[in-house]
Ligand binder design. Structure first.
Ligand code: GDP
Length: 296
C-alpha cells in the first residue's frame, strides 16, 4: 500500500504548528511529496508539473491555523485544486436531443468498451425507462459482436441483428434506420478497438462518427492506463471530438490518476466509472472521491 499524502506531509511539517505562515522552504518540501504522490497515482508528468505549480501559488503564505496541522492544510489545498481540475460535480450522459439519441463508444481494445456499452444500456433502461438499441461495429472480431449480443440479452436490451459481411459504416446506417423505425429512444454504437492507436482505427472511427451524428461520443479508458492516458485522450479528441470519458476498472489497484491527466489534457469530463465486471457495476463520477483516491 502507498503511504498517504497526509502522513507524508505530517512528517515534513511536524513541529511547524502555530509558527505563522507557510514559507517557501516548507512549501517546496511539501511539493516534492505531492509530486511523488501524483506520479505514484499514475498522473502524467506533464500534468503533474502544471498542477504542482498551481498548488505552489496557492500554498505559499497560507496562514497555519491552530486547529489543523500544516500538513492537513496543504492536503486540503491539493484536494481542492484536484477537484477544480476534475470538475466540481458529476456530469451525466446527455440525452437532450431528438430520439433516437445516438451514443458512440470509442477506445482501445480491452478497455472495457463492450462491457460498458451494455452497462450504460442497462442503466438507461432501468433508471430512465429508455428503450435502447445496441449495435456492434466491430466487424473484424465476430466474437466481439457476439459478446454484445449476449450482454444485451443479459440486460434485457435489443441488439441489432448481425449480418455477416457488412462494413461498419453500413451497420451504423442500418442501426440508425432500425432505431428510428423501431421507436427506440437511444442507440448505442460499440466501435472496433485496436491494441494501440493507429491511423486506420482513427479514420474508421471518424467516418462512423460522420454518418451516425452521435449526441455523445464516449471514450472508454482503463484506469490503469498510466502515462499513455494523455496521448490516448488527445488523439481521440482531436479526431472525433469526444464529449466525455468513461474510466473502467476503478475497482482495481490503480489510483485513478489517469482521470486527472485526461481531464487536464482535453477539458472533457469523466462521466462514468466502471467498478467491476457485473452489469450494474457502473457509477457516476464524483470528482471529490477520485481526488481522495489520488491522494491516498
Ligand atoms: P473491449 O475490448 O474494450 O470491448 O473490452 P471488454 O468490454 O470485452 O472488457 C474486457 C474485460 O474487462 C472483460 O473481462 C470485462 O469483464 C472487464 N471489465 C470491463 N469493465 C470492467 C470494470 O470496470 N472492472 C473490472 N474489474 N473489469 C472490467
Amino acid at each position: 500500500m502507498f503511504e498517504s499524502l497526509s502522513d507524508r506531509l505530517g512528517k515534513i511539517f511536524d513541529g511547524l504548528r502555530g509558527r505563522g505562515a507557510l514559507n517557501e522552504a516548507d512549501v517546496d518540501a511539501a511539493l516534492r511529496e505531492i509530486r511523488r504522490a501524483l506520479i505514484e497515482a499514475d498522473v502524467s508528468l506533464e500534468v503533474v508539473r502544471a498542477f504542482v505549480e498551481q498548488v505552489r501559488d496557492r500554498a505559499i503564505g497560507v496562514e497555519v491555523t491552530r486547529s489543523v496541522t500544516p500538513g492537513q492544510q496543504v492536503v486540503k489545498i491539493v484536494h481542492d485544486e484536484l477537484v477544480g481540475v476534475l470538475g466540481e460535480a458529476a456530469t451525466p450522459i446527455d440525452l437532450n436531443a431528438a430520439a433516437p439519441v445516438t451514443i458512440l463508444m470509442v477506445g482501445l481494445q480491452g478497455s472495457g468498451k463492450t462491457t460498458t456499452t451494455a452497462k450504460i444500456a442497462k442503466r438507461l433502461k432501468d433508471k430512465q425507462k429508455k428503450k435502447v438499441l445496441l449495435a456492434s461495429l466491430d466487424t473484424r472480431r465476430p466474437a466481439a459482436m457476439e459478446q454484445l449480443k449476449v450482454l444485451g440479452e443479459q440486460v434485457g436490451v435489443d441488439t441489432l441483428p448481425i449480418v455477416a459481411g457488412e462494413d461498419p459504416v453500413t451497420i451504423a446506417r442500418r442501426a440508425a434506420r432500425e432505431a428510428r423505425l423501431g421507436g427506440f429512444d437511444v442507440l448505442i454504437l460499440d466501435t472496433a478497438g485496436r491494441t494501440h492507436i493507429d491511423e486506420e482505427l482513427m479514420a474508421e472511427t471518424a467516418e462512423i462518427k460522420s454518418v451516425s451524428s452521435p449526441h455523445e461520443v464516449l471514450l472508454v479508458v482503463d484506469a490503469l492506463t498510466g502515462q499513455d492516458a494523455v496521448n490516448l485522450a488527445r488523439s481521440f479528441d482531436a479526431r472525433v471530438d469526444i464529449t466525455g470519458i468513461v474510466m473502467t476498472r476503478v475497482d482495481g489497484d490503480g489510483r485513478g490518476g489517469a482521470a486527472l491527466s485526461m481531464r487536464a489534457a482535453t477539458g472533457k469530463p469523466i462521466k462514468l466509472i466502471g467498478v467491476g465486471e457485473k452489469m450494474d457495476a457502473l457509477e457516476d463520477f464524483h470528482p471529490s472521491r477520485i481526488a481522495d483516491r489520488i491522494l491516498g
